[in-house]
Structures are given as C-alpha cells and as structure tokens.
Design a binder for this molecule. Sequence first.
Ligand code: C2E
Ligand code: CA
Ligand code: CA
Length: 754
Amino acid sequence: MTVPPPAAGAEPADQGGSAVSGVDLVGLLGAVAVSANESRDPDRALHETIRHVCDFTGWPVGHAYLVGPEGLLAATPAWQAHDDDSIDAFRTVSDEVPLPMGVGLPGRVVADRRPAWIVDVASDANFPRSALAAAAGLKAGFAFPVLVGRDVVAVLEFFCREPVEPDARFLEVIGHLGRQLGQVFERERATADLSASEARTRQILDSAGDAFIGLDSAGLVTAWNEQAEAIFGWTRDEALGQRVADLIIPDEYRAAHDDGMARFLATGEARVLGQRLELSALRKSGECFPIEITLWAISGPDGWSFYSFARDITQQKAAAADLAFRALHDDLTGLANRTLVVDRLEQALARGARSGLHTAVLFVDLDRFKVVNDSLGHAAGDQLLQAAGHRIRHAVRPADTVGRLAGDEFLVVCENLEDAADATRVAERILSVLSEPMDLDGDHVRLDASVGIALDTALVTTAADLLREADAAMYRAKEHGRGRFEVFDERMRDRILNRLRTERELLACLERDELRLHYQPIVTLPEGRVVGVEALVRWQHPVRGLLPPGEFIPLAEETGMIVPIGTWVLEEACRQAQIWEARGCHGLTLSINLSARQITQSDFVKNIAAIVEGADLDPGRVRIEMEVTESLLMADPEAITATLAEIRNLGVSLAIDDFGTGYSSLAYLKWFPIDTVKVDRSFVSDIDTDPRERAIVQSVVDLGHALGLSVIGEGVETESQRAELAAIGCDLAQGYLFARPGPADTITPLLLRG
Ligand code: C2E
Ligand code: CA
Ligand code: CA
C-alpha cells in the first residue's frame, strides 16, 4: 500500500502507534541540512543522509539509487545495513538489477516524484525483490526522491523489520530532505557546467590564431593560451603567475609598460586600451619581434583584469618591407628602378650644389643583347642581365647608385666627382668588366656596351635633363661603333633642343595645314601600265622646307601624333581618290601606310570605317589598300590578325610592306588575311647582281602566287632590276625608274594615260 504525502496544510494523519511518530523530525532535518550545506560531493551527501535517517528512525537498512537516462535507477554504493549477513542476497540483487521507472518502491518514487511507503514489502505486488526481502526479514519500507527542480536525480530507500503504517507528517519531512539534498546535486551540476564552459573557453582560446594573455592588476599572467606558448616560447605553466613585463616586454619598454599600468589603475586613463597597436615583443629565446595587439580591461570583484590578443606580424612586416623594396627596385636584378635612380640623382644634385663636387649619370646600353636573347632564349637573356647588373654594381663605389631601366639599359649615378675624367674612368671600368666572357650554361658570351656620360654643369640642374643627355650621349656612342663611351657635349645639346623644337612644331602641323601627300605610281610588269599609287606623306616645314617622312614619322610615332596624322592622310587620300574617280580612272589601287601605333588604337577600325564609307568610292574604279609592315604583324600576330580581318570587311585590301626586313619567314604569309606582298627595296637593289637575293625574291613571288597574292617589287631604279623582276614573274613594281613620288597634279596625267 502506497500513501501519497498529505496535501499542503492538511492535518497529519493519525496513524496511532507508528514506529516513526516519535522520531525527532526537527533534529533529522537539521542534521541533513548541515551535511547538505557542507558537502560539495553528492556521494558523500547521500551516505550521510542515509546514516542520519537510519540513526533518527532506528530503521536498520538504507540505500540510495542514482537516476540515469530514461529514469532508469542504478544502485550506488551508499548502503546502511546493520545486520549485514541477513540482507546480503537482497543487497546483491538491489545492486545488480537496475530498476526501470515505475517499478518497485524506488521506481514508483521516480515516476511520481514524491515519497512512497509500503507497509510490508515482503507481500507487496509491485516489489520485485519481495522474496529476498522476506528472506532478509524486511517488512516496512519507504523511499523519497532527491529533487533538482522537477528532476528526480536520486532515490533513497529505507527498510525495517516490522510492518509499519505510513506517517504523513514524517513523509512530508522527508520530502523536504529530498529537496535539501537536491541542492548538493544542483551545486555539483553547476560547477560541472561551469568547468565545461571553462574548458570550452580555453579550447576556443587555444584554437584561436592569436595569443591570448590575461593579466591581473599587478601585471601577473592569469591566462596564456597555446598560441601564446607558440609565439613567445614560454609554456602556460612557466608563464602563469609571472610578471608579463619580465616575460615578453623588451627591456627598453618595461618602464613604459609599468607606468602605463600604474597610470591606468590610478586614473582610469588608458591610451592603449581597445586600440590595435604594433609593438616589439620578446621571445623566450631573447629574440625581438613585431606583434600586433589589442588590449582591454575588465573590472571585477578582485579589481581590474587585463586581456589581450597578440599576433606575430614578423611575416607581414617582412612582406611590407619586400613590397616597399620592390616598388623601388627591378625584380630581375634587384637594382634600383627608374624612380629610385631619379630620386637618388636629385639628392646627389642637391648635395653637389652645396659641396661644389660633380654628379655624373652613366647610361649603359648592352650591345647585341637582342641577338643573345633571341638566339639563346629568354632564360639566358635574364641570366645575362643579372650578371651584367652584378658586374656593373661591383665596378662602381658602394655609394654610387646602379639601376636598370627597361630591357638592357642600366643607369649609374656617381657622386662627388672632381671632373669629367673621373666619370670616364668609371665608364672604362664598366666596359672592361662587361667585356669579360660570361658563361651562360656552357655558352660563352662576350658583352659589349655603349655608355653615354652626362655631367652636371651650370646649364643643367634637373635630373630629367641629365638623364636625357646621358641617353643622347649613349646613342652617339652606338653610332660611333659599339663597346665605347661618349661624353655629352654642346652639339648633342643642340640635337636634343632641335628634337624638342620639332616635337612642339609637329603638334601644330595639322592646325597650320603643313602636311602634304605625294603619290608614287605602281606599274604592271612587264608592260609598265600604272594601276596604283602609294600615298607618301610630307611635311611642308615653314623653315626647313619639305621634309620626308623619315624626318618626322618616328617622332610622331613616339609622341602619338601619328594617330591624327594618319587620320589626315586617309581623309586626304580618299578626297583625292574621289577626284580621280570623277575624272574617269579605272581599276586604280590607292595604297596608304599604317603605323603600329594607329592600328592598336581601340577605335581604329571604327574611325577608318567612317572615313572610307564616307568617301563612297566605287570599288570598280578606286580600291583602297592599306600597307602594314611585317614587324608590326609579328609583334602580336593574333590581335593584329583580328583587326586586319575587320579592316578587310570594310572592302579595303591589305599589303605587307617592306617584306623581308622583319623576322618572319615566308611560312607566316599564309597566316595573315592579305592581298599583296611588297618586297623590300634592299632585295630589289641587288637582284641583278646577287644570285642569292634573286633566289629569295623568286621564292617570295612563287609562294605569293601559290597563296593567291600579288607581289610588288619596291625601289626599282634600273632597267636591269626591272628586267630581272619581270623574268622572275613579279606582278608589279614601284620605283624611281617609273616615277618619283609627287603631288597629285603631277601624277594625274600618268593615271589618265594608264
Ligand atoms: P615605304 O612605305 O617603304 O615607302 C617607299 C619609300 O621608298 C618612299 O620613301 C619612297 O619615296 C621611296 N622610294 C620609292 N622608290 C624608290 C627608289 O627607286 N629608290 C629609293 N631609294 N627610294 C624609293 P618616303 O616617301 O621617304 O617614305 C619613307 C617611309 O615613310 C615609307 O616607306 C613609309 O614607311 C613611311 N611613310 C610614308 N608616308 C607615310 C604615312 O602616311 N603614314 C605612315 N605611317 N608612314 C608613312
Ligand atoms: Ca609603303
Ligand atoms: Ca616599303
């Protein structure tokens, strides 16, 4: 029979001669309360409670279960059993057979969450151990839950050797005991949760990429994660409790650190808290290294605590330094780049102005470097440049600056020179070290160089002037044969000034309408019938007269003026073509020269389309052909080919100009969408005297025909050249023999005559 505890406020049931009615319930409650309060360990608390209950009630047997998952009861070693032997079997089964929720006395307590009482367990239907209990002489039994909130965490059961009726008041009191005992479990649970969360926190901090350091207000280490161990070299055990200043702060910063902490503690003023700082730190090894840290303070019951995340930024610093180095140096040779050379030169000039000593710039250009690069390959070329840079570096004083500009051009800035002779001695040294043979993976290469020297004088004061002068002197050295140096002089200055003036004038030539187009006829072989003209630009210079394109086209290409000039040429040629068309010319081809700089303009095709379509020429009468040089095609064949195809779509035909002077082979001819090949004058001029040249022209003609192209021989000056070309089968010819280039009105009669 199980008795529920009385409802709150109900009078205790009068159970007459109950064996528990005389128990000192207050004493029992007090005793359990004391042990529950003092005990941090649930096992001990269970033991002590069993002991107290047995003592106060005089019941001989007491035992505790813990409640596991799903309410399953597992026996604990907490037993009180006064006459041991007799209950051995009962005890063994109680220990070994776990009871499910709802089964037996303790199972019912778990299910109902309240005390239960059985007057005689030996005859109770829901008491699986009844036979053993009978054998052990046990009769009455009660049990109560240990509650944490609404969870039953343990059950205590007690037995005596008489049948005893339940006592409601007693049951109420032991209900309290259960709750009191629950507090021990609750505390234990909380500390378990806490240490789990501490372990989790530590795990997080350990797996953090940064060092985590905690300090107390005295500056002693209270936290030190694995990253801190790795970065600073001190283990957690070594670090905890030590002064952080002694561990990781370099000597020279310790005082500042102590002051900062003291100031913060005294005034709450902190310059560094919450900021990202870069500092120097110390490893255990004594090595100093850069760190980035953030620091914050937390006030707690024990005063202030400080925490910081720190990260080793040695690598970032090195990368930043590397980046800064690379911004001012040449990747290949490690020498200064142009920016740094100019900067050093400016400083040297400023110092020279004070000291009265001179500064020289030496412009060193390797001769024949392109040949090596083309024949031995880029890797060898790079190796050669590195070796050359190294040799130059060691041929000059350490204080001198050595730099590399693009390609095979080096610059040397020499300071504190007495006169020009000092600079020429440096140039001689450089030429001599470079001329010693170099071993490039077994290939022995000798390098020559041309050196241009410019010395600061009263006339030049800027770095840019000096560099330009050294450049000009270097070109002069090359002109005079290689492997030599040249010092900049007044005549060179004149040339530079002329060039600058021409540049300015060229900018204005279009506005001033100074450009002219001349035309040179192209004739058939062998008949000599005029079937085309090539437009050749001239500059009617106000002072220097009519200038051929060689005098200004290179400069126009360099400055970009070639773009508007090219547009003007095309417009002017189209205008002339309309005139010729109107005057009844038939089957005329008008050839126009294009520069690389024009064709690589992004809107080039669009622009010429507008002009050509605007001219509205009858293709049966006048056809436009554009000439591009072979070297232009070879620079970027894929991109150029695409552009050429677009040009051809406009109904404009295409010719390769100066064929044979570039680097391409005949085989390349078939790759480009072209109509005509123009064999360079250099082949034509020897065609009647040199059988090899004749053979070359012959093969160009044959291949051209095989590909369906027409072939023009350029620069025909003599009758025998004309005869040879005709014999070879060349379709067309152009040259002084037939006509020199001239203004349209001198050419028109030739066209009308046909
Ligand atoms: P190019 O395209 O090879 O033009 C042929 C050059 O050879 C012309 O020189 C012409 O006068 C010259 N020539 C023709 N027949 C003979 C001959 O029998 N003997 C000799 N010695 N020379 C002959 P020019 O007019 O001085 O033009 C030189 C170069 O300037 C042209 O070479 C062309 O590359 C460039 N050029 C001319 N006009 C233009 C233009 O409008 N735009 C561009 N981008 N370049 C142009
Ligand atoms: Ca041409
Ligand atoms: Ca040509």
